[in-house]
Design a protein around this ligand. Structure first.
Ligand code: C5P
Length: 419
């Protein structure tokens, strides 16, 4: 990750839940990036994962209580010196103790001392997560600038499923990296917004085994979805079936294959959306004819593959909105991947595309030479229909997502404001 300094001091707190084992992956995430990690489990976390595991993974001593290492005044020093504190899993009890400002063990003492960004990744049974006490504790912690993650939905301890599952270590790590890059809490400024995001590439079948596809990995669309959900939005992703990424916490994912399937899915979901972000790489063309049986070599093999034009879904949305078939205040964001040529540079082509598509915001990426597609970092510009142009410096796709959502929320605020 290029937007993250190496060698920072990270405290990984571990609460006493069955998901404590996932903290091991998170510790690795930080040590592999060159950070110094101090693990502070609660006493009950050690019922699930042994101290030796945390010491071996972090390369540092591990204590749970304030009296274990009195000469170093650890309960003061660790929080004071930390660049980031991440607690995963944060149990209902730990959240309650943190919200109450208690300091009855090393972890809560460290949380009270910390002035750096703090990220809590809750994990508990759905009933506990939805209990008014936990809801109030999460709200209290958020009001104090703590980033409390939305948990994932899925298998819990035993046979139960529901909201309350700990997000995967990479997802917690990505949000932690974003906190470090922004040096600020993740705002809850998308609460109540319904956001529809398309991601990945479409696949246009030629016969039962072959298709016309593209190199989109879906990473940028998923990064947007993950962050919009953490900013409080209700998020649906419509993803190409070639996307192989874990479902972001608290995001609903629907899978499609072709551009026309994407159009059907987008058209069905768009009337309910406040924001539509078309991050998908939609194939402009599809094979004109689908061969029901695999095309064989030899006699009868085609010399050429005739193509038909696919619908432009983004332009279609803008048109529907103009006709009053979509909410007038719906915000529509398009993406453009451009290269420069004899006619002009990427910006020249991006500006022309924004005018052509008629969307409110265009995310412009320069592509080619290994940029944008399949990689973890990106750079580009944000072009607004109001003529605004913002450069997005090179950074992780999570950081890009953060800048794009900042622009989206700023546009929404302007639309909602007095004038
Ligand atoms: O025209 P171009 O493919 O460069 O435009 C890119 C933008 O338009 C992206 O937001 C993409 O999701 C959207 N698009 C679309 N339908 C198409 C082609 C692109 O919605 N057929």
């Amino acid at each position: 990750m290029t937007d993250r300094a190496a060698g920072l001091r990270i405290v990984v707190g571990v609460g006493g839940g069955i998901a404590a084992y996932k903290a091991c992956g998170l510790i690795r995430h930080f040590t592999e990036a060159g950070h110094q990690v101090r693990v502070i489990p609660t006493e009950s976390a050690l019922e699930f994962v042994g101290k030796a595991t945390f010491e071996a993974l972090s390369g540092n001593r591990v204590d749970t209580g304030v009296f274990a290492d009195v000469p170093s005044v650890a309960h003061v020093a660790l929080g004071q010196e930390a660049d980031l504190v991440v607690v995963a899993p944060a149990t209902a009890d730990l959240m309650a103790r943190a919200a109450a400002g208690r300091a009855d063990d090393l972890l809560t003492g460290t949380l009270l001392m910390a002035r750096c960004p703090v990220l809590l990744a809750p994990a508990m049974h759905t009933e506990m997560w939805e209990h008014p006490a936990t809801v109030a504790n999460a709200a209290t912690l958020r009001s104090r600038g703590v980033t409390v993650m939305e948990p994932a939905h899925g298998r819990l301890t035993g046979t139960d499923t529901g909201a309350g599952r700990l997000p995967e270590p990479d997802q917690i790590g990505a949000l932690a990296d974003l906190l470090l890059a922004r040096a600020d809490a993740v705002p809850r400024d998308m609460t109540g917004l319904r956001v529809l995001i398309s991601a990945g590439g479409t696949r246009e079948p030629l016969d039962p085994v072959r298709f016309l596809g593209n190199r989109s990995s879906g990473k940028q669309g998923y990064a947007l979805a993950a962050l919009a959900a953490q900013r409080g939005a209700e998020v649906t992703v419509i993803a190409g079936d070639g996307v192989h990424l874990p479902t972001p916490a608290a995001v609903h994912v629907q899978t499609i294959g072709t551009a026309r399937e994407l159009q059907t899915a987008v058209d069905a979901a768009a009337p309910e959306a406040d924001v539509v972000i078309m991050a998908a790489a939609v194939a402009d063309f599809r094979p004109a004819d689908y061969a029901g049986a695999k095309i064989k070599k030899g006699a009868g093999e085609p010399d050429t593959v005739p193509l038909s034009r696919n619908p432009d879904i983004l332009a279609g949305l803008v048109e529907q909105r103009a006709q009053g078939r979509l909410p007038v205040d719906q915000l529509i964001v398009g993406f453009a991947a451009e290269t420069g040529d004899d006619e002009g540079d990427e910006l020249h082509h991006g500006r022309a595309k924004l005018r052509r598509k008629g969307c409110d915001l265009l995310v412009l990426n320069a592509v080619g030479d290994g940029r944008a597609f399949e990689v973890d970092d990106n750079a580009g510009w944000l072009l607004g229909a109001d003529g605004s142009e913002t450069t997005m410096e090179f950074g992780s796709k999570a950081l890009m997502a953060s800048r794009i959502l900042d622009a989206v929320t700023a546009l929404r605020r302007r639309a909602d404001g007095p004038d």
